[in-house]
Design a protein around this ligand. Sequence first.
Ligand SMILES: Nc1ncnc2c1ncn2[C@@H]1O[C@H](COP(=O)(O)OP(=O)(O)OP(=O)(O)O)[C@@H](O)[C@H]1O
Ligand SMILES: [Mg+2]
Length: 422
Amino acid sequence: MKQKYKPRGSLLAALDIGSAKTACFIGRVVDDEGNFEVVGVGHQASQGVKNGTIVDLREAEAAIRHTVHTAENMAADVMKGYPLREVIVNLPGVHARSTGDAAEVQIMGQEVTDNDVRRALVKAQEKVIGADQELIHTIPVGYKIDGHNGIREPRGMFGQKMQVDIHVVTGDMNALRNLATCIERSHLDITAFCLSPYAAGLASLVEDEMDLGCTVIDIGGGVTSVAVFHGGVLIYSDAIPVGGMHVTSDIAKGLTTSVSDAERLKVLYGSAMASGSDESELIDVPRLGEEDHNEPNHVPRSLLIGIIQPRAEEIFEMVRARLSDSGLGQMLGRRVVLTGGASQIPGLRDLGQHVLDKQVRLGRPIRLGGLPDAVSGPGFATTAGLLTYISERAHEMPADIMEQVEPGTMWERTKLWLHENW
Ligand SMILES: Nc1ncnc2c1ncn2[C@@H]1O[C@H](COP(=O)(O)OP(=O)(O)OP(=O)(O)O)[C@@H](O)[C@H]1O
Ligand SMILES: [Mg+2]
């Protein structure tokens, strides 16, 4: 499908409901290529969300409402007093499934049209859909015409039959319903859902990485999710319900301190790799339950690192196992990009490189103009990517594909149906 960019001046809003924070970006389209600048941001600690799952609708709703208001206030001049109506929302990887399939349609010696491509996509996506799953992304990964492989753009070519290979991402119906409930109660309509690690990749990868094969690993608060890009498109995704909050909770248990002190220690002194000086470096750990912070425990920093490292290693090992089970082999490429708030633990890149045996770099949103410093870090890659998705890849929305497919006249339809089914 030809990309239709949103008209200059359009406003788009992204809502990222994470396990640790809820964030909203409002963007305005500034040119005819779909680029935009951020005109409003809001973020706060999430409430009622655990490991990517909503566990308290009311709390989650309150956090969404507050976050959206903050972003609206910042964008007040641009929005001219109108409230935000529509948002693009993240689908946490733990509630998504990634499936590949294919379908064939008849071209009958004609030129392949946009509508033929849509027909093929609709047919393929219908094969994947299950009762408890909703279609989120339908992504063509390759075409075959009369047995010839490797066609990336079939439109305009001639042939008898065209096959499309697709990658479909579906979302668990119940998780989507819960998300929709909190959002709709905040008086917002959902334009689309976008898989979280996919959005993180769209925000942080350069084109060559997407083309040659690259894996994005988004390590958030409660979920580590994976998106594999190849040939410029998303070809695989997966997720595990473990993230930075588990590291914090390990520290709190291991050093007998509160969760908030553990979080602070992690951010200030944490590392995923040991170094020579950690034995001698002492850090102050406030004792759990004691009011008097004047008498903290003094513990060597190596103890803290000794808690973080095994958990971080475990996360990478689980990701490595999932990737190797995916059967993607060479398609995975050599490159890994880390995003998500927890990717900021020092030493994580080196550890990832070691465990995954790939070239690892740290990512952050690189596509958006006007992003304030406070929200330009890796924790906001998903939020930023939601805007990129709707601006550049809206043609991967299943509803869009179905809406635009032209059934043709009754006779044409019957003819096609006969050809396709007999
Ligand atoms: N400077 C830092 N160093 C280490 N960890 C950090 C730092 N800043 C944030 N984190 C960690 O990042 C995590 C939050 O990341 P992020 O904002 O990506 O999560 P989220 O999107 O809300 O959650 P998820 O995507 O898992 O549902 C927290 O566990 C937090 O401790
Ligand atoms: Mg996240």
